[in-house]
Design a protein around this ligand. Sequence first.
Ligand code: AMP
Length: 130
Amino acid sequence: MATIFSKIIAGEIPSYKVAEDENYYAFLDINPLAKGHTLVVPKKEVDYIFDLDDETLAGMNVFAKGVAHKIRSYSGCKKVAMVVLGLEVPHAHIHLIPMNSEKDVDFGAEKLKLSPEEFAQIAQAISEAK
Ligand code: AMP
């Protein structure tokens, strides 16, 4: 059965898209730690990131780099954290999280509640950022 992320990539489930190319898709995490918290996923459905073939893994990092530059430009944060963790969705993904302090990357912290309009505005701003 397709993962929720494959359904998002296929457009069967809506998402707030930030970037896409032939092999990768980036969209806002629906339970964000910060405005601009983004997930990067390979279109190839593989559960564990280190089971990806070398080319896909390397390309995913390069794609994430481009997205991270856009997030930083949008948010004005000091750096963008890149985190791989979680067991919830069996589809490899990288979390990109704007950060000004290490405390900003606490997955135990309460998530932001944003309206659909706010999500849409953030996704658009990131996608248009350089
Ligand atoms: P984890 O596997 O623990 O990294 O969790 C998966 C991440 O995907 C969590 O941060 C969720 O908030 C996020 N997530 C799950 N479903 C969706 C969705 N439909 N749209 C955006 N983000 C999602």
